[in-house]
Design a protein around this ligand. Structure first.
Ligand SMILES: Cc1cc2nc3c(=O)[nH]c(=O)nc-3n(C[C@H](O)[C@H](O)[C@H](O)COP(=O)(O)OP(=O)(O)OC[C@H]3O[C@@H](n4cnc5c(N)ncnc54)[C@H](O)[C@@H]3O)c2cc1C
Length: 392
């Protein structure tokens, strides 16, 4: 089968790329090794602005549908230090939201399936992927040969497929290990309040509790792999120890565990990483993973998916697929997502300095002017909207 574009991976990056290709009436194939609905380890707090923007741009009804069935708004984020000092940030009207990835990703995939331009192959792992100079990529799926002018690799943070396709190794990048469990019946901190806890036991890691749709809570933890190894810690035990911490324990009095803790890793981002070569673009966390603390991973994946699709449309129109032409994709990602990358860098720096965090939280919350400023909804809305519009 010959096609203009083949996308591997149907997470937020791959699905968004597919939806934008369909919007541009480009025939394409999209393949995922999983059968949907499929689950994934994630903090499940999404920075709404970018996600909302892409969905609204694709179809104004998507947001209403999503909010009616899959996600709840998150209005506040609370940062809490080891001494239980709290600092609240209003997330603004454009807001962030929480929802289970199994539902959110399935929502996107169902929209992909509705399109006549997308040939969606699930439960399939492509084999024998070969680069054919000046033609594109050839691969085998379930005994069928697929020839594509452009390949978009959106296989997620733990995939080494981009490296098999010649992208630079990630081995020197730092790894973050994450765990997350689903609970119901947790003591709420207010309406739609997400919380990030910095605990001494975690030595530079952090624990989060994110309210999701339908009474679920995502309880998770992230910590650098080198800290785990240095202390010879068992990640599951560490997670349990955190839940026993006095700042957190009382929230679990009437809680029921709905899904036990699962783990995953990602590499911390390297902004110099290459995201393309001739006939190839890497989208989402397969190329550059954003520190989960920002809640920007999904939004980043959707933004890169959109850029990859739009760049593919341009390349197809011009019939140019050289490495040089593809590099425009890298440039636009690095430029447009500068703000998001800076936030991720700042978060990563801050959380690796527990003493600084322990000092900053009471300092900020005790300062009435600062704490009042961060509690203002209009200010938060303005910051997020301006920031995001600039990005997208
Ligand atoms: C512990 C943790 C917590 C996080 N918390 C948050 C958070 O709160 N908010 C947030 O926004 N982000 C968070 N993230 C990041 C977020 O999960 C990722 O940024 C996001 O999933 C990236 O989307 P993606 O589409 O690039 O990849 P994925 O969502 O990983 O999708 C990749 C898809 O590719 C498929 N695939 C892989 N290999 C192949 C193959 N060879 N052939 C076919 N298909 C393949 C997989 O089945 C999968 O469906 C977190 C990450 C971790 C690890």
């Amino acid at each position: 089968m010959k096609t203009d574009v083949c996308i591997i991976g149907a997470g937020p990056a791959g699905s968004t790329a597919s939806l934008y290709l369909s919007k541009n009436k480009i025939n394409h194939v999209i393949i995922d090794k999983a059968t949907f609905p499929r689950d994934i380890v994630c903090g499940e707090g999404f920075r709404g602005t970018n996600v909302f923007w892409a969905l609204e741009h694709l179809n104004p009804n998507y947001i209403k549908e999503l909010q009616a069935t899959t996600v709840d708004k998150m209005h506040w984020m609370k940062f809490c230090n080891n001494e239980n000092k709290e600092f609240f940030i209003n997330l603004g009207d454009t807001s962030s939201f929480g929802g289970r990835r199994i539902d959110f990703d399935n929502f996107l995939v169902n929209k992909v399936k509705e399109s006549n331009y997308a040939n969606f192959m699930e439960g399939q792992t492509p084999k024998d992927i070969q680069y054919k100079p000046s033609e594109g990529y050839e691969l085998m799926v379930n005994g069928q040969k697929i020839e594509a002018k452009i390949l978009i690799c959106a296989t997620g943070a733990t995939s080494y497929l981009p490296q098999k396709l010649g992208m630079p190794s990630k081995d020197k990048l730092e790894k973050v290990i994450g765990m997350r469990a689903h609970y119901k019946g947790l003591k709420e901190e207010g309406n739609g309040v997400g919380a990030v806890y910095f605990l001494d036991t975690l030595k530079g890691g952090y624990l989060w509790i994110i309210p999701l749709y339908d009474g679920y809570f995502n309880v998770g933890m992230a910590i650098k792999e080198k800290v785990l190894k240095k202390n010879n810690w068992n990640v599951k035990q560490l997670f349990q120890d955190c839940l026993e911490h006095p700042n957190i324990k009382n929230r679990f009095t009437n809680a029921t565990l709905e899904e036990k803790a699962k783990g995953k890793f990602l590499h911390l981002p390297n902004y110099k990483v290459s995201l393309s070569s001739s006939h190839l673009m890497v989208a989402g966390s397969a190329g550059m993973a954003i520190d989960p603390a920002t809640g920007n991973g999904v939004s980043h994946a959707m933004a890169t998916g959109r850029y990859a699709a739009n760049h593919a449309v341009e390349c197809l129109q011009k019939n140019v697929f050289s490495a040089k032409a593809m590099k425009e994709y890298d440039k636009s990602i690095l430029k447009k997502l500068r703000g998001e990358r800076l936030v991720a860098k700042l978060y990563t720096y801050l959380v690796s300095k527990p003493r600084l965090v322990n000092f900053l939280i009471p300092l900020l919350s005790n300062n009435k002017t600062i704490s009042k400023f961060f509690k203002r909804k209009d200010v938060a809305t303005k910051i997020y909207t301006t920031f995001t519009r600039k990005q997208l």
